[in-house]
Each structure stands twice: as C-alpha cells, then as structure tokens.
Ligand binder design. Sequence first.
Ligand code: 9WN
Length: 503
Amino acid sequence: MGRNRTFPVEIAPEALLTTLVADERLVWAVSRPNGDEKGDEGMILPRSVPVRRETLAVRAQEVLHRNDMGGWTRAAPDLYPHQWSWDSAFIAIGLAHLDTRRAARELESLFQHQWNTGKVPHIVFNPEAPPDSYFPGSDHWACAAASPDAPPAPPYTSCLCQPPVHAIAALRVWKVAERNGGEEAGAARAFLREIYPKLMLWHRYLLSYRDPEDSGLVTIFHPWESGTDNSPRWDTSLAAVEVGDLAPYPRHDLQHVANASQRPTDADYDRYLWLVKLIKEAGCDEMSIYRSHPFLVKDALFSAILVAANEALLEIAGLVGGRVEDRALIAQWIERGRRGLARCRDPELGLCPDYDLRTGSALRAHTVAGFAPLVAGGLRPRRLAILRETLMSPSFIGHPALGRPLAPSTSPNDPGFNPRSYWRGPVWPVIDWLLWWAFVRAGEHQLAERVRESSLEQIAEGGFAEYFEPFTGEPLGSREQSWTAAVALDWLAHGPQREMRAA
Ligand code: 9WN
C-alpha cells in the first residue's frame, strides 16, 4: 500500500457527462447557514441554485480523486485516512462508472489483506498516515499480526470485519465493463475469475466462524463490525459490558467534526476499546471469543447484506464457471440466510430486530437496520408490503418533520433517537443506496426513484458529507466522504428510465 498515484479518472468532464449521467435533470441546492464553526467549504451556493447533474458528477469524481491513494481509497481525508472494508466496496461501485479497472483494483487491494480464515479486515491501515490521525490506529492493532491467520504486515489490519458488500460491488464492476465491451470486458472477466475464490472464502468464513449455530445470521463481536457503531441497536447489549481497567486514550476523531456531539460518546468509546482489548486477549480467535466475549450479537442488516452478496456471488460463479458443488452451497447459504431473517421478524415493530446471543433476546430498537429483509430481497408480496408500510409510516420516511423523504438511521420515535449523533438519527447516503437498490430489485420503481431523487438533492445541497441531519438536511460528520461520492455517481448513472428497464 503506497502512495503510488495511478488514478486514471482525469476524464474530461464532457466525456464523463456522456458516459456517466443517465439523467440530465437539475437538482436544487439550497444553501442554509448551519451554525457549525467549520461548515462545508464546498457549499458556497446562493439560495436555491440549480445544480446540473453533470456538475454533481464532476464534483463526486473530484472527491474520489482527492481521496485516491493509488490502488485504494481512503474513506475520508482527515477523519478516516485508512482503507475501510465496506467503504471500499461502495467506492468500487462508484468508481465502476469512471474506470472499471480502477474499481476492480479497489477490491483487489482490499482482498490482498484477507486473513487465512477468509476474514476481510474492517480496516487496512495506511502506513503513511500520521500516527495521531486516527485512533485506534495500526500500533493498537499490531498484535493482530501475531495471529497465525493474519496476512503479512505491515500494512497492519484490524481483526474485526464489516458487512460484505464486496460481491455486490464486484458484480457491478463486471456489469459496467460488460456494457462497455472490448478489452475492458475482458479485463473485468479476468478480475472476476481472480476475486471469485476470495469472495467464496470470505462468505464461507462468515457462514462458519460467524454462524456456528447454522442460523443464517451473522454474529458480530463489536459494534464497529456492524458499520452502524453507536446505533441504539446496540444500547442494551453494550450496557451489559462491564468495562475494566483501560489505559487513557486519545479521541482524535473529535478534531475532525464541528461538534463532539456528532460522534459516539466517551462512554461508548470506553466500551468499544474494552471489547477490542478482550478480542486482542483472545488472540483474535473466533472460538475463544465465542466462549467468553460479553458482546455476541446476531446482526440482521449484516446478515441481509450477506444474502444479497451471496446472490451476486452465485451470478459470478455462473460467469466464471464455478464448481457445481460451490454453486449449490451458495444457493443453500441464500436459503439459510432468508430463513434466519424470517425467524427474527417482529410483527409488532414491523421490523426485523437483531438478537443478543448472551441474553437470548431480541434487541427491539426502531432503526433502519430493521428493514434488513428488504435488502436481502426475495420477499413474498405480503411481507414486502408490511415492510414498505413501516418504512413509509411516521416512524420513518413518513415522519412529518423530515426535511426530505429519506430514512433516518434511527426512528424519531425511538427513545435513543438523536438527529445529530452519527447512527442515532442522521440520514446516511450509503444506507439509502441499500434501500434504493432493494426497491429496484423488488420492482418498486416509484419508491426507488423517490429515494434516488431525494438523496441526490440532499447531496447537491449539502455536499458529500458522511451523514445529514434528517429534519434540516445539514451536512454532518466528515466532509468529502468517499462512499457518499461513490453512491452519488451510481445514482447519477441510473436514471429513472434505466431503472424501468431493469424491471
Ligand atoms: C469505525 C469509515 C467508517 C465506516 C463505518 C462508520 C465509521 C469507524 C469510526 O467510519 O466507523 O470503524 O471510527 O467511527 O461507522 O460504517 O465504515 O467510513
């Protein structure tokens, strides 16, 4: 991992426009003072200025360009100077519309650091990032390299993982390259052949080490593995974690946001670091962790993403001539995942909650992760209708005070809701991408279009922020977040007509 710049996205804006933007309409950017000292420097638009889709595409491309580290992309310039696993998958989805080879490279570089067990680490640390840029950084995780299953280090990796969006991204790269044809399609087919066994190993890891119960649901050991770190989903389970002696530690993350309230609290961080300490003490060994760890949770959204990723993997297996036994196995994984998600349904909530293995009880928070079965797909019409109804209800998109019809990460009716705090309320574009994509696959094109359109408006107005305040649309968290730019590019490449054709 070095800073060898090979990013070939110096495409002239005009070329980008013709290849990328499927929908030439305007979106409206409304500038509002947001009260944050730091504000968004990119957002210096006068009130109600129309932003052409082309301009938005060029700006998104520039964000990815600036965050490109040569073969991999940092999640954000200051707050996240390393390579994150599920961010990279979303980034590859966006990059596919700019350069399919570079998009493939994004995934290849991440999978170079796959563990022997098949685990794809949640962070690959950039050795060139300043030591005080992110905590816990590589030195904190260096011990993970002592595991016999760890990849050669440096670069060091964390020993956690994150939701497996990668097969979905790999298939997306292939589809764009196939449409472009010629040498690009040939290169993408070679990429699929190379990544397929690695994806197979990754999914096998999740379905064995992380589901020894054969439940179809993935066990996470840390809220960071969910990717929705401080969500009220984890409040009950985290409250039960008794934190022992912890050495003092820095909160570098707080330097990079306008206000500390946008990030997890110190009490959250104590628990995060205590869990990391226990995982390190267990030698990052899943069996030991399973025996004694105080945080063992079946994550519904992670499990649903795995189902959708297995569908993508099955298609990839067909394209690369994967073994018949492997294809049968992937098909079983999909069934197993769908059955597991069906079992965790909560008719009263209208959602699919997570499940605490330690207490044997459901974690009944009202969060967007409860729509996991939508993401997994393959729902019967009645079940789809219930989830759609819950999503459109005043608990989520139908809430009367929302600035835009986009799902807040936590329902404003949940006691843990906080509109400015990270995963406790703000709208996250990547989650909207997952919902949009689920609606497209389910043939719910009007809904899909509403999500796409509102998300693009939000980004045109607020920039490529990490997350947005759901009532005002104020950009929060990191600016120039790579995956926000990436999903914007994917949305721009999928105009409404194209979605209709996908039906
Ligand atoms: C911890 C990089 C990552 C995302 C996660 C998001 C946030 C890290 C942090 O940033 O988590 O992994 O330090 O807060 O919660 O989803 O992958 O963008």
